[in-house]
Design a protein around this ligand. Structure first.
Ligand SMILES: NC(=O)c1ccc[n+]([C@@H]2O[C@H](COP(=O)([O-])OP(=O)(O)OC[C@H]3O[C@@H](n4cnc5c(N)ncnc54)[C@H](O)[C@@H]3O)[C@@H](O)[C@H]2O)c1
Length: 393
């Protein structure tokens, strides 16, 4: 590690489900969390809980990004606030870690790409929180593809399944296109899958064929706004028409990879937020001419390597064969599980090291351009579902 990370000071916008995940990961890294912004009551309560000195209530992110005690702004507000808050932070010369998706439309996310480019070589660093890249398993699969361990990659298959929106009484702002964007399951979790697969293959999808379905055409919502995963009494709810998808089937054609043997790969993914029993299962299988590798986020510490003519192997993080390539991205020995909070920690470590080394440390994280690409991909998915055919991204 170059310089200690406590030289940098973070300000976090948003105090719901994921805001405190950022705060906890930053504190575990030794980064100073100096400011928090949200609704007046929540920002005060979060600051009190975590010992954060500067509090910006009434969603006053403009004041927070101008604070001389903040170097890096973490944006964990709902999707529709991401672009305006990113642009304000960049204009104030601050580095940014923005939650996914980068924005609601590619028209607005392009503005972030332009603003980051304008900053140039010495300008602020911008990362989008596709932190699944930083699970050691994902980095290990990427190294195996890169080295050619699996031979020529033939196809990729997987899913991202959750069940927290299974019932018609399950409510969150993400269900409303006006709040979360026109795509919900694909935009919210499908883009994690696509970003992780793009990262592993070293290639972007160039065409998609998608089918979207809304199982609950109508749902019930609470009269007041609630935090993600909160449960509400149905007597205190009103009916509304749903305008986003509950699940999707997506075919993807990946383009040219940095590695010849991973170009032109075909992939298929099922995405669902109404899949009973699955809490947060991002599952991916990479199938090549010499072997395959499979992983599921719900068992984050192991990968299954498959061979046609040899026994299959289960490799465990922190042990031989699943250690050497990912040593910088894991802190605990084998048998001491690491998971979701650690992937955030490893992501922020990579971003903060990139900042502290004047961008010399590798930028393995998703950039503004990657975030913009995911939003364009979502637009292609929607177009394909309506046209019932392949659409180029
Ligand atoms: N990377 C991941 O794995 C991951 C996981 C969950 C959520 N997310 C993303 O994080 C974001 C927040 O999701 P969440 O689940 O924490 O939602 P949430 O509803 O639980 O929390 C959102 C918070 O933002 C606050 N807020 C609302 N408008 C705001 C504004 N204009 N400025 C500042 N704060 C505002 C709300 O009061 C609330 O505290 C979303 O973009 C979501 O896609 C990412």
């Amino acid at each position: 590690m170059s310089k200690p990370l406590h030289q940098l000071r973070a300000g976090v916008i948003g105090t719901g489900f994921i805001g405190p995940v950022h705060i906890e990961a930053l504190k575990r890294l030794g980064v100073q969390v100096t400011a928090v912004c949200g609704s007046t009551n929540n920002a005060k309560a979060t600051a009190n809980q975590w010992g954060i000195p500067e509090v910006y209530g009434d969603y006053d992110y403009q004041a927070m990004v101008r604070s001389p005690h903040v170097d890096v702004v973490h944006i964990t507000s709902p999707n529709k606030a991401h672009v305006e808050q990113s642009l304000a932070a960049l204009a104030a010369g601050k580095h940014v870690v923005c939650e996914k998706p980068l924005g609601m439309t590619s028209e607005e996310t392009e503005k972030v790409v332009v603003a980051v480019k304008k900053g140039g070589r010495r300008g602020p660093v911008f990362a989008v929180n596709y932190m699944c890249r930083f699970f050691p398993a994902v980095l290990q699969m990427r190294a195996m593809v890169e080295r050619g361990d699996l031979g020529r990659i033939i196809h990729v298959q997987g899913h991202f399944f959750q069940d927290w929106l299974l019932q018609e009484t399950d409510y969150n702002w993400r269900i409303l296109a006006s709040e979360g964007g026109k795509l919900r399951a694909v935009g919210d979790i499908g883009t994690h899958w696509i970003d992780a697969v793009s990262f592993i293959l070293g290639a972007k999808a160039t065409a998609v064929f998608a089918h979207l379905e809304t199982f609950h055409k109508k749902r019930l919502r609470p009269r007041d706004e609630v935090q993600t995963f909160a449960k509400v009494d149905p007597d205190e709810m009103d009916s509304y028409k749903v305008d986003t998808e509950d699940f999707a089937s997506v075919l993807l054609k990946f383009g040219k990879s940095k590695h010849d043997f991973a170009s032109g790969v075909h992939a298929s993914a099922s995405i669902s937020q109404v899949a009973a029993g699955w809490k947060c299962s991002l599952s991916v299988g990479i199938y090549g001419t010499e072997g395959s590798v499979r992983w599921d986020l719900q068992q984050p510490n192991e990968i299954i390597v498959g061979r046609r003519d040899e026994p299959n192997q289960i490799l465990q993080r922190g042990t031989a064969g699943f250690m050497e390539d990912v040593a910088n991205f894991t802190d605990y020995p084998g048998g001491h599980p690491e998971g979701f909070p650690d992937s955030h920690k490893m992501h922020y470590r990579a971003v903060y090291e990139h900042i502290l080394t004047n961008k010399k440390a590798p930028a393995l994280f998703a950039t503004a351009a990657d975030g913009h690409y995911e939003v364009r991909l979502c637009e292609a998915v929607l177009k394909s579902s309506r046209a019932k055919g392949w659409v180029r991204v």
